[in-house]
Design a protein around this ligand. Structure first.
Ligand SMILES: Cc1cc2nc3c(=O)[nH]c(=O)nc-3n(C[C@H](O)[C@H](O)[C@H](O)COP(=O)(O)OP(=O)(O)OC[C@H]3O[C@@H](n4cnc5c(N)ncnc54)[C@H](O)[C@@H]3O)c2cc1C
Length: 243
């Protein structure tokens, strides 16, 4: 069936946004059943904000603390099915919903940012994203030497896109407004309205912002690509800079 599986990215928790390394959701490996048990142990560990989680998504890439062999190996990604593919109802152990209205005009209210709580949800071992590190059937943690920051770089990539897209939207609007201000004439001398200082004080900062967002977006794209490549190549210089 077309568009049967819809995904979202569930990293942020009520208590932990910028500080990803402090996330509290746990993924505890159970070697008896070859499964991970995903759990939200505290109020602050509940997922909050992921776009698409509130209503639409059937699956999520969930970021949780990996626990196996009696040790905590930090934050890793897991694919978790949230809702039934038949009737879209939440699966057992899952409390999922929309966080509701957001402040601001427009303010992303077309997006169903969601909340999510796990109550000992079991997923097969192979639902862990194991490109960078693995857990064996016996529960042994095998770590690659690729730096851990690679694991949650995706959201930085998305932030870079947001800055670039803000520039595109603002550029379109400023362009329309500037052109109109050039052709529009007012009052006795039929002055072009762009020559009025009050008009300039409104328009020019927005024009400057459009360029600034564009350059910052391009720079962030370059920086993200450069850092990702260096991390993949395990460039020790960049590791020191990032840590
Ligand atoms: C529209 C929207 C969509 C989102 N979509 C998703 C999604 O799809 N998936 C998901 O997992 N999450 C999502 N989020 C959550 C988002 O990733 C978090 O809001 C973000 O990580 C910041 O966390 P926080 O809101 O807890 O802010 P905090 O971490 O509490 O930060 C608050 C302020 O303090 C500053 N600050 C924090 N720590 C430092 C520091 N060490 N040094 C300097 N300044 C600091 C921050 O820059 C910020 O200004 C979304 C959020 C929004 C608003």
């Amino acid at each position: 069936m077309c568009i049967e599986i819809i995904g979202c990215y569930a990293q942020t928790e009520l208590g932990h946004g910028s500080n990803v390394q402090r996330l509290e959701t746990t993924a505890t490996f159970d070697p008896q059943t070859d499964e991970f048990v995903i759990h939200s142990p505290t109020l602050t560990s509940r997922k909050r904000w992921p776009g698409g989680l509130g209503k639409v998504s059937t699956h999520a890439v969930v970021y949780a603390r990996l626990r196996t062999d009696g040790q905590d190996y930090g934050v890793h990604g897991f694919i978790v099915q949230l809702r039934s593919l038949d009737d879209h109802s939440p699966l057992p152990g899952m409390t999922v919903g929309d966080i509701g209205m957001k402040f601001g005009s427009g303010a992303y209210n077309s997006m169903d940012n969601g909340l999510l709580r796990f109550d000992h949800v079991r997923i097969p071992r192979n639902k862990m994203l194991m490109h960078l590190s693995q857990v064996t059937k016996e529960g042994k943690y095998v770590q690659s030497n690729v730096p851990r920051q690679q694991v949650y770089g995706t959201m930085v990539y998305v932030r870079q896109i947001i800055v670039s897209e803000a520039s595109c939207a603002l550029s379109r609007e400023v362009c329309i407004s500037t052109r109109y201000s050039v052709v529009r004439r007012q009052f006795g001398t039929e002055t072009q309205v762009i020559n009025y200082k009050t008009k300039q004080s409104k328009l020019f900062p927005l024009l400057a912002s459009a360029y600034a967002f564009r350059f910052v977006g391009e720079w962030m794209k370059w920086l993200y690509t450069d850092v990702s490549k260096r991390l993949q190549a395990n460039d020790s210089y960049i590791n020191v800079k990032i840590l």
